[in-house]
Write a protein of this length. Structure first.
Length: 91
């Protein structure tokens, strides 16, 4: 025969609410992990914000031709300076 009061056998409402909150958090954590694994299987890296929301990755920015030329010129200048330093170091 069970001991104690019959009322103690039923769970407390507060305990049930806390358990529900805990399980909801765990459910979200598992869902995020599932989305991460699915994106890896699809060949796309998962990003934190977009993977959590289930949205597509943000679009790439498009540079104008003039911007590409400025970037290329700056990079060529940096490489020329680097090569000059390397040549001066060896001589």
């Amino acid at each position: 025969m069970p001991r104690g009061k019959a009322k103690s056998a039923t769970p407390d409402q507060t305990t049930l609410q806390m358990a529900l909150v805990g399980y909801e958090i765990e459910k979200e954590r598992i869902a995020a992990k599932i989305r991460e694994i699915q994106s890896e299987l699809a060949g796309k890296p998962a990003s934190g914000a977009t993977a959590a929301k289930g949205e597509d990755a943000p679009k790439k920015r498009v540079l104008s031709a003039a911007a590409r030329k400025r970037i290329a010129a700056a990079q060529k200048k940096r490489w020329a300076e680097h090569r000059k330093k390397v040549a001066a170091g060896k001589a």
